[in-house]
Every structure is written in structure tokens, then in C-alpha cells.
Design a binder for this molecule. Structure first.
Ligand code: F6R
Length: 268
């Protein structure tokens, strides 16, 4: 795991934006895995800005989102389809036909939808770079604690903590779904690179469990300890419970020197 710690949350978004920009300018048919939530909003703002000011093009990009609420209309303001449309897809030159979310309406079979989503990822050649956030309970995607570390895209019942954490986004008279379709941990682990962003002190305990805790379904994000190319990008507050901070900062400076000397190698 490469752990990169910045003083400010904006730098976390900038670092992630640079990874995405490097991927889509260096690969002819890049496949991006995307996340929703509060954390990546500034990343998407930066990508839109790079599209407008630096001609960063998404014309050949294919995307797969981590998750979507079960049985929610794509134009519902609470849906992740709508979130992606409003924050990124409608603001860059991506072909809507190349954007995918694991949707499942009431009259569809979640198991079949999960299999179809896995097949679509495979047909696209697999995910090059998966962007992740982390829940305060250590979830990635909607893989809640106790999720199988080998799981694939499927329907998951959300925990009370996740429902509570996300209730800030719903009005009191609005229906809040209690289940979602999500890529599995096995799906995420199959991505060539994963880049997890975490900001704020409320994520510090989960970040510490992910990086220094035992590999356990109790903290689904700890599975990333087994990923060959996992980059964890944190602000100071999210890193505040890590004991090895000075080592991570030192290793990062050493990596920059190695990259300058030997070039940066992406195994996409
Ligand atoms: C969203 C997702 C979730 C979030 C996590 C953190 O697509 O997969 O795992 O990344 O719940 O959410 P925020 O960023 O709102 O704190």
C-alpha cells in the first residue's frame, strides 16, 4: 500500500485528478471505476476544470460506478446516476453510452443484474483505475462489514450506521433506500489500480483499521492490503490516527526521487 498524506483536502483531490489525467492521456481505451459521496466532489470539479482549461478529453473513457441504490429512478435527485450526471458526465465530453452504474429496478432480478455488470466490466477489458472513498465503518462501495472479501456485484442491505451517515443527504419526507447494488470486494480487487481518498477526522479510525489493522471482513477496506497497486491518499485529519506517519511521508519523498530517476511506470 502506498500511503500519501497531504496537509489539505484539496491536495487529495488534486492528486487523484492527476492519476486520472495520466491514465486517460496515456491509454487509448481507459476504463475508470468511479465513486459517489462527499469525498470525490472536489475531484470531479477539478476534472471538469481540466476538461475546460486543459482540453482533457473523456471521449474514449469508459466508466463503471461502484454502486447505486436499489430500485431508484435514474432521475431521482438522490440516485447515484443523477449524482454522476450532475457532477461529471454532463460537464465533460464523455459518451453517455460508455458510462455504467449497477442499476436494478423493482422488476429486475438483482442477481442477474449483478452478473450482467460483472460481464460488462470484463467485456470492457477490466477496470484500470478504481476510485474509492471509505465509510466510517470501513466499507468500500457498499460492502458493509461482514461482506465476503471475494464478493462480486450484488445487492447488499445497508447497515444502520451507513443509513444514519447518509441521512444528512435526505429531506425528512424523502424515502431513504436501505439496500443498494454494489461492486463486490472481489470486483474492486480485480482493478489494476485502486486509489482510495479519505478526508476528515471522522474517517481517521476507519483509515487506521484499513492500513494497520488485521485483514478482516470487519473492516472491508483492509482487503486493499492484498492489492498489488493500492494508493491511499489522505489529508492530515484522516491520517491522524496512523502511528507511522513520518515513515509514509519519508517513503513518499523517496518514491518521488525513484520516479524522477527511473521514470514512473503504470502497469495498466
Ligand atoms: C460511494 C461509495 C461509498 C463512499 C463512502 C464514503 O459510491 O461507494 O463507499 O465512498 O460511503 O462516503 P463520503 O465520501 O460521502 O464520506
Amino acid at each position: 500500500m502506498q500511503v500519501v498524506i497531504f496537509d489539505h483536502s484539496e491536495q487529495v483531490a488534486q492528486h487523484a485528478a492527476q492519476w486520472i489525467s495520466d491514465l486517460i492521456t496515456n491509454k487509448t481505451t481507459p476504463v475508470l471505476g468511479l465513486a459517489t459521496g462527499s469525498t470525490p466532489i472536489s475531484l470531479y470539479n477539478m476534472l471538469v476544470d481540466m476538461h475546460q482549461t486543459q482540453a482533457l478529453s473523456f471521449a474514449d473513457v469508459t466508466t463503471f460506478n461502484l454502486d447505486e441504490y436499489h430500485n431508484i429512478a435514474p432521475d431521482n435527485p438522490q440516485s447515484y446516476c443523477r449524482f454522476m450526471h450532475d457532477n461529471l458526465f454532463s460537464l465533460v465530453d464523455i459518451d453517455p453510452a460508455n458510462t455504467h452504474l449497477p442499476t436494478c429496478s423493482a422488476n429486475q432480478n438483482p442477481r442477474q443484474q449483478g452478473l450482467k455488470y460483472e460481464a460488462a466490466i470484463e467485456a470492457a477489458g477490466g477496470i484500470d483505475l478504481q476510485i474509492l472513498g471509505i465509510g466510517a465503518n470501513g466499507h468500500i462501495g457498499f460492502n458493509e462489514p461482514s461482506s465476503s472479501l471475494a464478493s462480486k456485484t450484488r445487492i447488499k442491505t445497508l447497515t444502520e450506521q451507513t443509513i444514519q451517515d447518509n441521512s444528512r443527504l435526505f429531506k425528512s419526507d424523502e424515502h431513504q433506500p436501505d439496500s443498494a447494488m454494489t461492486m463486490g470486494i472481489g470486483t474492486i480487487m480485480a482493478s489494476r489500480y485502486v486509489l482510495l481518498m479519505a478526508t476528515g477526522e471522522h474517517k481517521a479510525a476507519a483509515v487506521n483499521a484499513m492500513i494497520t489493522g488485521p485483514l478482516s471482513a470487519t473492516c472491508p477496506a483492509s482487503a486493499l492490503q492484498m492489492h498489488e497497486n493500492a494508493i491511499v491518499v489522505l489529508d492530515k485529519a484522516a491520517a491522524s490516527k496512523l502511528t507511522n506517519q513520518s515513515y509514509y511521508r519519508w517513503a513518499d519523498r523517496q518514491n518521488a526521487k525513484l520516479n524522477a530517476q527511473y521514470g514512473f511506470y503504470h502497469n495498466y
